[in-house]
Design a protein around this ligand. Structure first.
Ligand code: IMP
Ligand code: MG
Length: 171
């Protein structure tokens, strides 16, 4: 990786935390829940791939894609749904998988949408949490508290670069 970038969470640290998260998830859900992991594209793709392989429960995988309006403003942000997935969530237990929670707008809106579609339960698992979101429902499963600054790698991008890095770095 070129330029001034600093590794914040290396591969071994991520791997061990992802397997701890899988154990936390297994403690909440059982076979009977027929869990659906719903990854938010594109940032969650690496995390979801690793997490899904660590969870020792039957599960299904789907994705949603949203883009944010007015991100970075103080106005009440909202998101536009670009792709809402293929598996009907009505009556299902959904675990939303996100790369990073910043303002909390994305997760709040997506959780609201999944509930409106009749999901039996909706919880969130985020790899990173900036802990600035206030007033929003907190994710049930959090990998790491994120340090200040903009993070890239392990799915997270800056202008579509760096998603492929196997570690998380600060720009
Ligand atoms: P929120 O809606 O403000 O919580 O923003 C969450 C979304 O913003 C995430 O899904 C990411 O796509 C993006 N994001 C926020 N912080 C970062 C970062 O440090 N690096 C990369 N993407 C980020
Ligand atoms: Mg994202």
């Amino acid at each position: 990786m070129s330029g001034a970038h600093q590794v914040v969470f290396d591969e071994a640290t991520i791997r061990s935390r992802v397997s701890e998260l899988a154990r936390e998830i297994e403690a909440v859900y059982g076979d009977e829940h027929r869990l659906i992991l719903v990854g938010l594209l594109k940032g969650s793709f690496v995390f979801l791939a690793d997490l899904a392989r660590e969870i020792r429960l039957p599960l299904q995988v789907d994705f949603m894609s949203v883009s944010s309006y007015g991100h970075g403003t103080t106005s009440s942000g909202s998101v536009r749904f670009e792709y809402s997935g293929r598996i009907p969530v009505a009556g299902r237990h959904v675990l939303l998988v996100e790369d990073i929670v910043d303002s909390g707008t994305t997760v709040r809106e997506v959780v609201a949408r999944l509930r409106a579609q009749g999901a039996e339960s909706v919880e969130t698992c985020t790899l990173l949490h900036k802990r600035i979101a206030s007033g929003a429902p907190q994710p049930r499963f959090v990998g790491f508290d994120a340090p200040n600054g903009f993070l890239v790698g392990y799915g997270l991008d800056h202008a579509e670069d760096f998603r492929h890095l196997p570690y998380i770095a600060s720009l």
